[in-house]
Design a protein around this ligand. Structure first.
Ligand code: SAH
Ligand code: ZN
Ligand code: ZN
Ligand code: ZN
Ligand code: ZN
Length: 496
């Protein structure tokens, strides 16, 4: 484990995750993860523990050197601190409160927007200075993701809710594939439409269990519908009982027709996520199944396409679907008014790709050679023998690189690979980027008269990207991180 991993942490230079180790100290978010500083791929310096869930020190500043001696007093203080940081009401208390709440007449149903809490009349006084919503309807109680504000400003939660189009697509796909139970890990909106349909339509047979770190959801769901869970360290805040709820859910009916759907924060450590997901898969596998038990629990992992190689590293049986997942509260990743903006978010799955039928109305088509649905711009490359586009645009084949590359890239004879025309070459005192000779620049290269146009095209693309980046203020950090990681992954590839 120690030497694996490009980090998705971003920020301060090289940090490698060593993982969840027995006896690790705990912060309010469960067991901390062990990290080490690295330079040029080598471990360097002391190992330390840090919070698994929060990538922003402001959210949780837990830090401890691996070899640090922690006094009894400090340990006791830490335990007390962790206890105090737990939610005011327990899940059970919230369930009781909900029962009381739904008995109230509409005029007495209030939701405090500041505390993000359903209020019982006796509590109104305490919240009199707060903004609140009145007349909370049953419909509102059934769509908590609309009532609660998305925790998007926090790096910790990065709550980006599916657009209706994508959520409905996922549900239809799940139903068409014959699944009956959905383990919704960090997908509150998917959980919500399943729960709401289940309560309204008699012949709707799908059930869902939500695992999420956002405890606000415990106000709306019973203990067998929601578990307070940290997907970076596989920690059930509700202890053994909650873990058992999850296990039972997975193992019901011999574990048949279960699928896990997850949409983690994009800044998260892929390795930590993968390790938790493997534990959830193992929970499912423990069931008594007939016949050879070498199957994997079916899964949809929703994540940006540039993490493909990272995800495949941990889940070699997975493949990436071309479907572009859209979000509501995400300026970058949602349907524009004029045509669609391209979302970089995809579905990774261990189901056979040809089973995943993508909507033809949206331009997806079936490639008989690849045996999967691909986006309209994704052309089958005869040389690669595959539909090679990752971002939905038509990619072009580079004979020198022996693979397809982004349409905006050109082969750089200095770097011996394709890159954007304006990239800075790895070799210093580089010559012309087209022919490699010194004395002239790309724009004046005698060997390529169209180089000027190429340069222009690159510039336009760049401007477009910058504009798009500006729109996405709300997810700026996540995007930065994603871009950052992509660079890293590229760098890694380059070295190998
Ligand atoms: N698109 C999904 C929401 C994805 S946003 C939907 O519409 O249903 C990421 C989700 O992961 C949020 O619900 C957030 O609360 C949850 N999350 C963030 N960090 C987490 C963690 N450490 N453990 C579990 N869930 C987490
Ligand atoms: Zn309040
Ligand atoms: Zn090709
Ligand atoms: Zn090339
Ligand atoms: Zn170059």
């Amino acid at each position: 484990m120690a030497d694996s991993g490009v980090e998705e942490t971003g920020g301060s230079g090289g940090l490698a995750l060593l993982g969840l180790v027995p006896g690790a100290p705990s912060c309010p978010h469960g067991p901390a993860l062990l990290f080490v500083k690295t330079s040029q791929g080598k471990e360097e310096g002391r190992r330390f523990y840090a919070c698994s869930a929060c990538r922003d020190r402001k959210d949780c500043n837990f830090f401890q050197w691996e070899d640090e001696k922690v006094s009894e007093t400090r340990l006791a203080a830490r335990e007390e601190y962790n206890r105090n940081r737990q939610p005011f009401f327990t899940h059970r208390q919230n369930v009781e409160r909900y029962k009381d709440f739904v008995l109230l007449p509409l005029s007495k149903r209030r939701f405090c927007q500041e505390c993000q809490q359903l209020l019982l009349p006796a509590e109104w006084g305490k919240h009199s200075e707060h903004q609140f919503l009145c007349d909370i309807s049953t419909a509102q109680l059934k769509s908590p993701s609309q009532l609660l504000y998305p925790l998007e400003n926090k790096k910790t939660n990065a709550q980006y809710l599916f657009a209706d189009r994508s959520c409905q697509f996922l549900l239809d796909l799940i139903i068409d594939l014959g699944f009956r139970r959905v383990l919704s890990v960090g997908t509150p909106r998917l959980h919500e439409i399943i729960q709401s349909k289940a309560s309204q339509e008699e012949d709707f047979r799908v059930r869902s269990l939500l695992l999420d770190i956002d405890f606000r959801y415990s106000q709306f769901y019973a203990e067998d519908e929601f578990c307070h869970y940290n997907m970076f360290n596989h920690h059930f805040f509700g202890g053994e009982a909650a873990r058992e709820t999850c296990r039972k859910f997975l193992c019901q009916d011999n574990g048949e027709r279960v699928i896990m759907v997850t949409d983690p924060p994009f800044g998260g450590l892929v390795e930590a996520l993968a390790s938790s997901f493997k534990k959830l898969m193992a929970m499912w596998k423990e069931t008594e199944k007939e016949g050879p038990n070498n199957q994997e629990m079916p899964m949809f992992w929703i994540f940006p396409y540039f993490f493909e190689s990272r995800i495949l590293e941990f889940f070699p049986s997975f493949s990436m679907m071309d479907y572009q997942v859209d979000y509501d509260n995400h300026a970058l990743y949602k349907h524009g008014k004029t045509g669609r903006r391209q979302s970089p978010v995809r579905i990774f799955t261990n189901l056979t790709p040809n089973m995943i039928v993508l909507p033809v109305e949206e331009g997806y088509r079936f490639c008989a050679l690849c045996q999967r649905y691909v986006s309209s711009g994704n052309q089958h490359c005869e040389i690669c023998n595959s539909c090679t586009s990752k971002d939905g645009r038509r990619w072009k084949h580079c004979v020198l690189c022996k693979k397809c590359v982004k349409p905006s890239w050109f082969h750089c004879s200095n770097c011996h690979r394709c890159a954007l025309p304006n990239h800075s070459c790895e070799r210093t005192n580089a010559g012309c980027f087209v022919c490699g000779r010194a004395g002239h620049k790309r724009s004046a290269c005698p060997s390529l008269s169209r180089a000027g146009t190429a340069c222009q095209a690159g510039k336009k693309q760049r401007q477009k990207t910058q504009k798009r980046m500006k729109v996405g203020i709300s997810k700026r950090s996540a995007v930065k991180r994603a871009v950052f990681s992509r660079k890293k992954i590229k760098n890694k590839k380059k070295k190998t």
